[in-house]
Design a protein around this ligand. Structure first.
Ligand code: GLN
Length: 485
């Protein structure tokens, strides 16, 4: 059961081969045994999880269960969940117990009946690519515990990769679902901006943030996305569209699929062995009937620079709410109100968050706004237009997810620019608001490699189809790290 797919778990629960309580207990025990080494969860509460499992069993017995009712899931600690400590990986919120549910939590747990196993570790306020900025310590990659799992959804990635949970949620502002999925051998999907509600998801850069599923396979991701997506009047950027079944096209043959290969993704900057694995995956797609065509994203080399103006600008504004007054961390000793704000923020935020707040405040300030922020917004438009042009010639764009496999803990921590460059292939997708996936496509030196699939707006079902057919023809996504027990 530990390695079962969501479909298998759903069938086993429906056939009463196992109860949700028994299934949840299996994962609760595994978390207790392995989490001390991996540090994938910040908060676990076995009693709460088992109570939710009992409630799911009641629904199953009453015949009112949905497809996912009773299946355990790990939730990234960026989602407010009623009665759960919700930290966002920060000292600032280390004592915060949420009084309400994020829409994602409400839909997945209250409506679909998924059972929360706990809240997963993450980079502080989702700022990072290695999960090393967490106040709660780094997460270890189960493929090599001296290496990072990627970030910022590193805890979710490791929870699934080490089978501490069958699946998890993540969020992706510049790559935080796809990059850890790639480094941990998972399938992860960042939907089109606006498909999943951001209500109750702690904001980093609101125009880029989007939640999505992280699981073993595309089929599992499709089932999870069905439970997450949908219009929400409490999120002003949520899109009002007819409900979709994201599994509907999974089995469609790939004959005639046009794959666009941006020449900018196949030049310099990527590890040669990673590139070889990506090319082998493309050859597999050709065997499945797809054709490839070269396309160009001429402004993509500007994406990291534009992102590191826009994301910090939005973060500096979003994080101004953490002032030590109504909730969160407050410094012990202070003189007056201003001093209380300053000391609470100085002591409550970590170094990376402070760096972003300072950059953001700078680029938004009078005199610099036009030179930096406005210019970055213009580049963002050019980047989005590049994709519009490219999708005239192809259905799906493919390339590497990350330029390297998992790097060593500490290796890039002292050099922010090196760290920022680990997202060179993922960030443009967020700037354009497009859906993107990462799919396991091989190993280099025992470490997983991810293939990135980028779709046009609302092409989630097509991406999941392309990923699923590839996974039927390969078994990379079924490989599990050994040596964990
Ligand atoms: N690594 C990027 C950053 O540090 C993206 C993080 C994310 O997607 N949340 O901002």
């Amino acid at each position: 059961m530990i390695n079962a797919s969501l479909k298998q778990l759903s069938q086993a629960l429906a056939a009463k081969q196992i109860s949700s309580l028994e299934l949840t207990q299996l994962f609760v025990d595994r978390i207790a045994r392995l989490n001390p080494t991996l540090n994938a969860f910040i908060t676990i509460d076995a009693e709460k999880s088992l109570a939710a499992a009992r409630a799911a069993d009641v629904r199953i017995a009453a015949g009112t269960a949905g497809r996912l009712t009773g299946i355990p899931i790990a939730q990234k600690d960026i989602f407010c969940a009623e009665g759960w400590r919700t930290t966002c990986g920060s000292k600032m919120l280390a004592n915060f117990v949420s009084p309400y549910d994020a829409t994602v939590i409400r839909k997945m747990e209250s409506e679909a009946g998924l059972v929360s196993l706990g809240k997963t570790n993450m980079d502080e306020f989702a700022m990072g690519s290695s999960n090393e900025t967490s106040f709660f310590g780094p997460v270890r990659n189960p493929w090599d515990t001296e290496r990072v799992p990627g970030g910022s959804s590193g805890g979710s990635a490791v929870a699934v990769a080490a089978r501490l949970a069958p699946a998890a949620t993540g969020t992706d502002t510049g790559g935080s679902i796809r990059q850890p999925a790639a480094l941990c051998n998972l399938t992860g999907l960042k939907p089109t901006y606006g498909v999943v509600s951001r209500y109750g998801m702690i904001a980093f850069a609101s125009s880029l943030d989007q939640a999505g599923p992280m699981a073993a396979s595309a089929e599992d991701c499709a089932l999870l996305l069905n439970s997450m997506a949908g219009f929400d009047e409490r999120d002003s950027t949520s899109l009002e569209r007819p409900a979709e079944d994201y599994s509907r096209d999974l089995e469609k043959p790939l004959a005639g699929l046009r794959i666009g290969l941006p020449k900018e993704f196949f030049g310099e900057g990527c590890d040669a062995a990673v590139m070889a694995a990506v090319r082998a995956a493309l050859a597999e797609y050709e065997k499945l009937g797809a054709t490839t065509v070269e396309v160009s994203l001429p402004n993509s080399h500007l994406s990291v620079a534009a992102y590191y103006v826009i994301a910090p600008a939005e973060a500096s504004s979003n994080l101004s709410r953490f002032d030590g007054v109504r909730y969160g961390f407050r410094a012990e000793d202070y003189g007056n109100l201003d001093d209380m704000y300053m000391k609470s923020r100085a002591q409550g935020f970590g170094a990376e968050v402070k760096r972003r707040i300072m950059i953001g405040a700078y680029v938004l300030s009078h005199g610099y706004y036009d030179a930096y922020y406005l210019q970055a917004q213009r580049i963002r438009r050019l980047i989005a237009n590049d994709f519009v042009e490219a999708f005239k010639f192809c259905d799906v764009i493919m390339g590497p997810t990350s330029p390297s496999t998992a790097f060593k803990l500490g290796e890039k921590a002292a050099d922010p620019v090196q760290m920022y460059l680990s997202d060179i292939y993922t960030i443009a997708v967020n700037l354009a608001g497009l859906p993107g996936m990462s799919v396991p496509c091989g190993f280099v030196g025992g470490l997983p490699v991810g293939l990135q699939l980028i779709g046009n707006y609302f092409a989630e079902a097509r991406l999941l189809n392309a990923a699923h057919r590839y996974q039927q023809a390969t078994d990379w996504h079924l490989r599990r790290p050994l040596g964990l027990g």
